[in-house]
Design a protein around this ligand. Structure first.
Ligand code: PEP
Length: 257
């Protein structure tokens, strides 16, 4: 039995029609998972598809629909935003927070993301906190301090209880949608850095309870190698999650036992 959840998370981004979404959700949910062994599948879909996809996944143990974002405030005059309390009212219990595309195109800072994490937790939503360095930082060899600062700025105010069972996705920006994957050794190295940060801030038991997912050009051909590393607890998958057989194979690559 794994000490923490092993998770395959799909990020559909801004893709697919409603009908295509339903078809894809139905297709991937054919893949059985061992929910009893701590395996889970999250499917992060555009806001309008949350309810229809939730309807399809509802009967599948261990499958959960996931928002791709939420607002940093709970309600009010914020045209176009969707709040954590709205998601809670729809029984949505997971949300991506801080994906690099949100950071880059919508200027979400570490401080704004700390607020988003707070709104999620206040409303019973499990955040999937995304972090990761750009290529220039990796080339200078400063990736560890860069990611540690993202964690410190956005998460270090959380209590032990809030950090227990938390989900973090490490996604090096240079590997997202580029076809360039971090090697399994590079992934393991950063995941250990993240787990050590949690141990330092909280304690070893809390660190052992946190699922740390790898994201960046994961596909069926590299998933088992990456997920097999001791501190990698599954993946956050963009492009390959839109191809049913690819994502089903990725789900079946989650670490057993
Ligand atoms: C992502 O968007 O989170 C991602 C990892 O994308 P891709 O798998 O396409 O690199």
């Amino acid at each position: 039995m794994n000490i923490r959840k092993q998770i395959a998370a799909a990020n559909w981004k801004m893709n697919l029609s409603l009908q295509e979404s339903k078809n894809l959700a139905s297709a991937i949910s054919q893949q059985d998972i061992d929910a009893g062994a701590g395996h889970a599948v999250l499917v992060a879909v555009p806001f309008p598809y949350l309810i229809p996809v939730q309807e399809i996944l509802r009967s599948k143990s261990g499958y959960h629909v996931c928002a791709q974002n939420l607002a940093s405030v709970n309600n009010g005059a914020y045209t176009g935003e969707v709040s954590a309390s709205m998601l809670q009212s729809m029984s949505i219990s997971y949300a991506l927070i801080g994906h690099s595309e949100r950071r880059e195109y919508y200027h979400e800072t570490n401080e704004i993301l700390a607020e988003k994490i707070n709104r999620a937790l206040e409303n019973g939503i499990n955040p999937v906190f995304c972090c990761g360095e750009p290529l220039s930082v990796r080339e200078e060899g400063r990736q560890n301090e860069y990611v540690e600062k993202q964690l410190t700025d956005s998460l270090s105010h959380l209590s032990k209880d809030q950090m227990k069972g938390f989900i973090i996705a490490y996604e090096p920006i240079w590997a997202i949608g580029t076809g360039k994957t971090a090697s399994s050794e590079q992934a393991q190295d950063m995941h250990l850095t993240i787990r050590n940060w949690i141990t330092k801030q909280y304690d070893a038991d809390i660190a052992a309870s946190v699922s740390i997912l790898y994201g960046g050009s994961v596909k069926s051909s590299n998933a088992a190698d990456i997920f097999g590393k001791p501190d990698v607890d599954g993946g956050l998958v963009g492009g390959a999650s839109l191809i049913p057989d690819e994502f089903k194979a990725i789900i079946s690559s989650l670490k057993k036992g």
